[in-house]
Unconditional design. Structure first.
Length: 323
């Protein structure tokens, strides 16, 4: 019996002791924590302050440089966040440049078995279509929609359609024009390969192949097949697609503001040697706001010149990727 009570007493004492130690341990941790926050900087400051203090200014700021090394990892998020905000504006143009390199004309075309240069980036918003670069006869954009804008004609027609991004941008463009007292109307957007073929064939039949070549696009060579181009006109130009549209208030507004909404005037004056087409003040092509602005800033008058300026970088990049 006595032995049992001894054991019980020792056990209870042991439990109390262990409990006591753990509490003391807790208090120790609390005490350390509490102390380390306000006290540590000033205590540990004495060590790092010397190197920091000698290089940085001597007064209040010396507390801050001293804190960051002593208070350690918890401070790094501040450092990285300021780095991130600093690097963000640089990142956007880099992404645009990367996109342009990816879509450089030299790297986005392939000869088919008939020797025809066929475009390999048909779905890109930066696709370049011209008399040297053909869209496949089977290419149909998957995201065609009818933009909520005024048209020069009524009723349903595939030519009301544009790819979603271009349609949204056209709505913005037309609304902004309206805010400036300018009424634009959409005349002709998406055109399928088959439609372009029948237009070209009819022209060739009526006027001869030579005239058809000059005045209409070969099937596969029309930018309208991308769903990224819209012909625009106004009442003042009788909704015609004529160069006189460029002299109207509406045509001038369009030339000035199109880039703000991601469009470029695709066939400027006196650039037919490069674009293959004479002046078309009515034909706008969507490339996105960043690129439209970049085209303007670059001083390039044509999409051909602008895109080709990335050919060299694209060749180098693919060379690096291969090696
Ligand atoms: Zn057009």
């Amino acid at each position: 019996m006595r032995a049992r009570t001894k054991i019980v007493v020792t056990l209870v004492a042991a439990v109390v002791l262990v409990w006591g130690f753990t509490r003391i341990g807790d208090w120790d941790v609390w005490a350390q924590k509490g102390a380390s926050e306000p006290a540590a900087p000033s205590a540990s400051a004495s060590e790092p302050i010397d190197p920091a203090g000698s290089s940085a200014s001597s007064q209040a700021p010396s507390d801050k440089p001293a804190e960051s090394p002593s208070a350690s990892p918890s401070e790094t998020p501040d450092g990285t966040s300021s780095f991130e905000t600093g690097s963000k504006p640089v990142e956007e143009p880099e992404a645009v440049t990367a996109m342009l390199i990816q879509n450089a004309p030299a790297m986005t075309v392939k000869k088919n078995s008939d020797g025809l240069a066929v475009i390999t980036n048909s779905d890109s918003l930066l696709v370049l279509v011209n008399k040297k670069r053909n869209l496949s006869s089977s290419y149909i954009p998957e995201d065609l929609v009818v933009p909520d804008v005024e048209f020069s004609f009524s009723g349903d027609s595939p030519k009301k359609k544009l790819r979603k991004a271009a349609a949204d941008a056209l709505e913005e463009l037309f609304n902004a024009a309206k805010d400036d007292g300018v009424t634009l109307k959409a005349v002709s957007g998406y055109r399928s390969y088959a439609t372009q073929k029948s237009i070209f064939d009819r022209n060739a039949e009526l006027k001869g192949a030579e005239v058809a070549n000059r005045t209409s696009a070969h099937p596969g060579q029309s930018e309208h097949q991308t769903g990224l181009a819209m012909d625009v006109s106004s009442a003042s130009a009788n909704f015609e697609l004529e160069t006189t549209f460029g002299d109207t208030k509406e045509g001038k507004w369009l030339a000035k503001h199109a880039y703000e909404y991601g469009f470029i005037i695709r066939y400027p004056k006196d650039m037919q040697d490069i674009t293959g087409y004479t002046y078309e003040p009515w034909h706008v092509r969507y490339v996105g706001k960043d690129v439209a602005k970049a085209v303007l800033d670059s001083g390039s008058k044509t999409l051909e010149e602008f895109m080709e300026s990335y050919d060299q970088q694209a060749r180098e990049a693919s060379g690096k990727a291969k090696s």
